[in-house]
Design a protein around this ligand. Structure first.
Ligand SMILES: C[S@@+](CC[C@H](N)C(=O)[O-])C[C@H]1O[C@@H](n2cnc3c(N)ncnc32)[C@H](O)[C@@H]1O
Length: 227
């Protein structure tokens, strides 16, 4: 089956400039994290524009979940490590991880250009230099370029189209299986000790050579490690 939205760096000519209040907000939220203080989802949401804010409750990782996931992915790693969020949305997980772990670089790949634009603006304004976003399809990513992976059920919209953020993506159940199969194959070939965190989803992206080592948040957050 041909994947129609497969191009990497596909991006609408969108740009978005945060207001000075929103810039202060994202800087404040990340500084709070760096001091070791908790931040609330409402505080993060206050940095977002109207379009991206509409999806906070259902599509972006809650702050407490993001912190647990980043801590697990970075626990055994040091400088030079690269964590990839597959389907990064507005970049909430990556920004929070990057604020916490300054020696680790967080990358996000996101297919919806409006979300990439918001994520880019947040990254630019945050002052963090260890977070980057790519706009395109995760099918074009070579997982060997990264050392750890986060997935918040990115392909679910192909099973339940009513859950989709918008109508800019061709939805088809077959894509779900193609995308999960691609991720599974990429993860299968990663070195021993590679860590993956999934939030929601049935674990179809996880190959058999990974162990489930921890579950949190009513078992919705699953921490995996390559044998
Ligand atoms: C549930 S949201 C999670 C957002 C972010 N990871 C977070 O935790 O806040 C899933 C995201 O995956 C993106 N996505 C789905 N399929 C994708 C693909 N094949 N390539 C890139 N992004 C994809 C969607 O556009 C959506 O923004």
């Amino acid at each position: 089956m041909a994947i129609k939205n497969k191009a990497i760096n596909y991006r609408l000519p969108l740009c978005y400039e945060m207001s000075s209040a929103e810039v202060q907000q994202i800087k404040g939220v990340l500084a709070q994290l760096q001091r070791g203080d908790l931040v609330s989802d409402e505080q993060f949401d206050a940095c977002l524009n109207a379009f991206t804010k509409r999806h906070t409750a259902t599509h972006y990782t809650p702050c407490d979940v993001a912190l647990e996931a980043a801590q697990f992915l970075c626990a055994e790693v040091g400088p030079g490590h690269r964590i990839l969020d597959v389907g990064s949305g507005v970049g909430k997980f990556c920004l929070m991880g990057a604020a916490l772990m300054e020696d680790v670089h967080f990358f996000g790949i996101e297919q919806r250009s409006a979300l990439c634009t918001m994520a880019d603006e947040l990254a630019d304004q945050s002052g963090l230099n260890n977070v980057s976003f790519l706009c395109g399809n995760a099918m074009n990513i070579n997982f060997k370029d990264y050392t750890g992976f986060y997935l918040y059920n990115p392909f679910y919209e192909h099973l339940e189209p009513f859950s989709a953020i918008d109508e800019t993506i061709d939805l088809d159940e077959e894509y779900y299986h193609i995308y999960c199969g691609y991720v599974r194959k990429q993860l299968q070939g990663m070195p021993k000790g590679t860590r993956v965190v999934t939030y929601f989803g049935g674990g179809e992206e996880i190959p058999l050579n990974y162990d489930l080592v921890k579950q949190l948040f009513h078992n919705d957050l699953k921490c995996w490690e390559r044998r």
